[in-house]
Design a protein around this ligand. Sequence first.
Ligand code: NAI
Length: 337
Amino acid sequence: MENILFFDADKELRDFAATHPIKGANFVFFDTGLNAVSLKALEPYRDTRIISGFIHSETLSTEKLDFFPNLQLIATRSTGFNHIDLDYCRQRGIAVENVPAYGAATVAEFAFGLLLALARKIIRAKNDMAHNRIENSNYMGFDLMGKTIGIIGTGSIGRHMIQIAQGFGMKVLAYDPFRNPVLKDLYVDDLDTIYRESDIISLHVPSTPENYHMINEAAFDKMKKGVIIINTARGDLIDTQALYFALRKGIVAGAGVDVLENEDFLLHDEVATSPRMSDNDFLLDSAMNLKLLQFRNVIATPHIAFNSIDAINRINATTIDNIQNFMAGKITNNVIK
Ligand code: NAI
């Protein structure tokens, strides 16, 4: 029997794996990510060929990967793979396989949920109601019908977001250097038009070196005063300090963010005692994130837009397929080109 190591293994994964065994495979589950597992705990599994993990904005430790001399496959249970050092994997001949599509509608629905919650102050009203301090004048929101939403990135998630927005009677402006012919009437020529004309801006682009801090102080200065920003894509698309000051100045009237730059400090306890705490940029972002949470008009969620049972089942099914195929000598959903 060959050991397959699953990191960040939750109940849904364990349940799914129990009902979807792979012939010749023995599934081993770890509660945390690989980075947090001690070498001592990994020792019995040194000859492992196949590991599977979940996404963290922290890069998968190459020191830990070095520990497995026979490693051949990292099956990430995510679409994104910027937490994996692809150059390192290429050099070692390790295949990296992902889950290319599992929840475009799932993420778009969540993004729209953030927007609705901000537009109608649902969370504030809910909290006030629970604490018996209702003040109706605090809950006046605005309609979405007739408002202009700027969608940046019209890939799988952006497209769903557009459909939902159109269902709400919103005017949609879209920007993407690669135009989808189906959406051709919606595109504007540049981001400045999105910034200038949108009441709401929602980000659906990947985190790449080019897109790093694409929403910065200069971008905020071009936006309509009172714009709502929705980010369910990646935290580092937005300069966190710039967002903070845009909220302070009232340029941004509300932000719904499922992702934050260097969000790991807020999301994972083990990070607080890791060497990352001596990285100044990491500390600065972590501190700014805490300040963002202090705004009433910021709704921050812990990177959960993908997290519906339907999407999780699709993720687990594709990952088990990827592993099964690999064991049968077939590479599927390879991200190393
Ligand atoms: P996709 O690859 O289908 O589409 C991305 C689109 O962005 C592409 O059409 C690309 O041409 C466009 N793009 C790239 N740079 C751009 C720029 N500077 N301006 C405008 N368009 C640009 O990606 P998908 O699946 O729609 O995912 C979008 C984002 O959502 C990704 O960042 C992904 O990591 C994130 N995501 C977040 C999840 C969460 O739980 N919060 C879950 C799944 C994905």
